[in-house]
Design a protein around this ligand. Structure first.
Ligand code: 13P
Length: 228
């Protein structure tokens, strides 16, 4: 993972699958190469293979189950996503919560397989306890702002500053902030406040011109980092 971290969660929009998703992934790869900035995309599990075969940027799953290999109908295990071509996965997104024991199990197996992990939390008090499990990054997102178009940077900047202070108590775990990030300015503020990057979804997935949005996010992320 490289700072500034820009993680685009495809979720399950009408642009998240099929040809549209592949085109979007290719466009994001182009921006990533043109700007020398790593951009991670978390795609539906059904799209991991198709997209990872077409782009060189890191492709993540959006969720992984902490289940051992065996008779688990419908399970998405770390082994399955790795085989499909994923570089890592989100875990415990507020739209896909997992129990602590499942999270711990999934994380252990992901580490063994060399997969990166981004564990989501909904409040800063969880940054240290979850950070102590040693994922690659913790992503903090106040659930009420997700998909709202009202950014955490503007509406709840103290969530970011508190989370940044907390993550310093844990070695070698990145802190990403997200929820409602819509404008380049939101990205700029989140990183200026000390986060290592941002997690975004609707602003890109629902954009008329997603390339413009992604370019703007990258520009502002780099500007904030340069000024820090
Ligand atoms: O949940 C998110 C990223 O994982 C953020 O979603 P929005 O950018 O749509 O608020």
């Amino acid at each position: 993972m490289r700072v500034p971290i820009i993680l685009i969660n495809f979720k399950a929009y009408e642009t998240s699958y099929g040809r549209k998703a592949v085109q979007l992934a290719k466009m994001i790869e182009k921006v990533s190469i043109d700007t020398s900035t790593e951009i991670i995309i978390a795609v539906p599990s059904t799209m991991i293979t198709r997209i990872s075969e077409q782009v060189s940027i890191p492709v993540y799953a959006q969720h992984v189950d902490g289940l051992p290999e065996g008779p688990h109908t419908g399970a998405i295990t770390p082994e399955l996503i790795k085989d499909a071509g994923a570089r890592g996965s989100l875990l415990n997104h507020s739209e896909r919560r997992v129990r602590l024991d499942e999270m711990d199990d999934a994380l252990r197996r992901m580490k063994k397989l060399g997969l990166e992990s981004v564990i989501c939390v909904d409040r800063y008090e969880l940054v240290v306890p979850i950070g102590m499990l040693k994922p690659t990054a913790v992503l903090i997102e106040p659930p009420e702002l997700i998909g709202s178009g009202v950014s955490v940077s503007k509406a709840r900047p103290e969530v970011i500053t508190n989370a940044v202070q907390e993550i310093r108590k844990v070695d070698n775990v990145y802190l990403i902030a997200g929820a409602g990030i819509t404008l380049g300015e939101d990205v700029y503020v989140a990183i200026k406040l000390g986060s290592d990057g941002v997690g975004v979804a609707s602003a890109v997935m629902k954009a008329k011109d997603p390339q413009k949005v992604v370019e703007d996010f990258v520009r502002n992320a780099q500007r904030a980092l340069d000024e820090r």
